[in-house]
Write a protein that binds this ligand. Sequence first.
Ligand SMILES: *Cc1c(COP(=O)(O)O)cnc(C)c1O
Length: 471
Amino acid sequence: MKDHNPQTMGQQFGRRSWAEPWKIKMVEPLRMISREERDEALQEAGYNTFLLRSEDVYIDLLTDSGTSAMSDRQWAGIMLGDEAYAGSRNFYHLEEAVQNYYGYRYLVPTHQGRGAEHLISQALIKQGQLVPGNMYFTTTRLHQELAGGTFVDVIIAEAHDPNSQHPFKGNVDLAKLEALIKREGAENIAYISLAGTVNMAGGQPVGMANLRALRELCDRYSIRIYLDATRMVENAFFIQEREKGYANTPIAEILKEFCSYTDGAWMSAKKDNLVNIGGWLAVNHEDVFAKTRNMVVIYEGLHTYGGMAGRDMEALAIGISESVKDDHAKARVGQVRYLGELLSDWGIPIVQPVGGHAIFLDARQIYAHIPQDRFPAQTLAAELYLDSGIRSMERGIVSAGRDPKTGDHRYPALELVRLTIPRRVYTQAHMDVVAEAVKAIYDNREEVKGLSMVYEPEYLRFFQARFEPLS
Ligand SMILES: *Cc1c(COP(=O)(O)O)cnc(C)c1O
């Protein structure tokens, strides 16, 4: 990797860089529109980056969801689609890939992650039950709530502190969880909703030791653990890097061991699994399989395609095998880290340590003069687009939504802007451009006043809310 530190650059004659384990075969031209045009586009979008047209964006860091570049093998797989309504050959390839790499027994394909969240939530949550988890995720919690459950955060306290250097900020606070179980009764817990890595905490991993202890605790109370496996490959990379005893274990093996302590998983294949669309649910218990496989025909499609075309299942099966390779994971997380190190070196407050899929700018610190109900992170995302055509995403008070009981804003401790890096898409030069743009916004931070919300949809408001600048 390039040495960006001016103090040591050029002194390191002996250094050896590493690079991405691929070369580029096809390109998609990019264009940056003028500042006047960006200003107009932003107003039209109600200062919400979700409402911008992609054509008006220069570097798109809105999300790593469905934005990966597929390999030549995956594109070749697209041509091998078996578009039979039932029993497509590609389904069996997908089933085999999930069984091989994640280790679960039964597979239910879905159109994307939230389709799987819907099925598992409806199948396993009874009205009034609690669903403890290591920090909420937007769609996950909403499906749990719609099924009659209440999400309870049992992540360790360090996760809420953007400056804590804890290596596994995604860990479950076992004492907090056990106290909850004792207070509420194990029968009132639907299951543990565990995510690796934890998106809303900044892409922070869960350690293997923590999961082993969690498994033991849950076994004592007969509680099942279901995993949000969306970024579990990246979580496995951090275990290999940070956890004692795993330095020489391949990522594929770490992944399988981790999953073996859980009872099933839901997956947004649009992330780790390197496809533009797709998802799955995989479980070990036959009764849960029977129930969810029956439900999938109501909401997604037949149980051998679940909303995906045959070709998409083929690309996904190949994507899974590519995603678990050590060199891929290293280059993927390495690129995120490169951007994070540039920003930290320039003193820009970001969530530490840098996680797997994104850099999270600490808008609370950057815009310390803007109160949280004037949406500092939403404001920062808008400013970044205006300055450089870079699209990012708010992950703060807007994303947190309102408390269903009181109707008030939920005020999350973290008020962040996410710069999410698509997999295998941008180069190191793009990362340099992004870092310099963030620096320019940071240097100009005093000038900015915040936003007011002028339209608020009922569910997942961050997708469609509209704002106006305060003067
Ligand atoms: C994206 C995501 C989901 C939802 O998946 P979709 O494919 O967007 O429906 C669930 N959990 C996590 C952690 C995610 O990042």
